[in-house]
Design a protein around this ligand. Sequence first.
Ligand SMILES: O=P(O)(O)OC[C@H]1O[C@](O)(CO)[C@@H](O)[C@@H]1O
Length: 241
Amino acid sequence: MRILKAKDYKEMSEMAADIIGAQVLLKPDAVLGLATGSTPIGTYEELVKRYESGRLDFRKIKTVNLDEYRGLTKDNDQSYYYFMHSHLFDHINIDKANTNVPDGMEPDAIKAGEDYENIISNFGGIDLQLLGLGNNGHIGFNEPCDEFIDKTHVVDLTQSTIEANKRFFASIDEVPKQAYTMGIGSIMRAKRVLMLVSGKGKAQIVKDAFFGPVTPNVPASILQLHNDFILIGDAEALSCL
Ligand SMILES: O=P(O)(O)OC[C@H]1O[C@](O)(CO)[C@@H](O)[C@@H]1O
């Protein structure tokens, strides 16, 4: 595990864009695993800037996103499909046929999971997986529980995640109660994993996840066992280390 310290959110975003940009340059047809949430927005802005200035070319890049709310349509402005298009895909030269977000409207959870795992394996796996960190230690939408779940599956969101995400919705009642998420194995099989953490609110969970026991009660703790895991945090998020 490598921990890189940024002085603030802007520097964290630039450092993350450096690593993702290097991946794109080294392997122009790389498979990127992408994340949503507020933390990676600055990184996506940096990548767009670097595309606009001619430094990056996404023509052959393929993407798989971590998760999607169950029951939200693609045109819902809180869906992760919508997020990815508005923050990244609409602003770069990626072939949208090569971008993937779990289908939140698929009613059959088994099919949703299998279809998504097939997409990942048909791509030959993920070269670089970007992650945020939930306040409760979740990665993707893998919530704290009694076991690590391997593959893409449906999950009941915990009350703490619903509370944390209500800021994006008109009221807490509108926050979906379930999501589809890549499993812990789907994430761990990525060749390289890059997690971004920002702000004081993440400081304690960063310490618990990466300096505490490996346990499904803190899903991100499994990343201690990944052999190419990079954590980039700003000074506030790393302040408990
Ligand atoms: O970056 P944020 O907004 O703190 O969110 C952290 C995590 O929470 C989620 O937004 C889901 O609750 C994830 O997508 C993300 O990794």
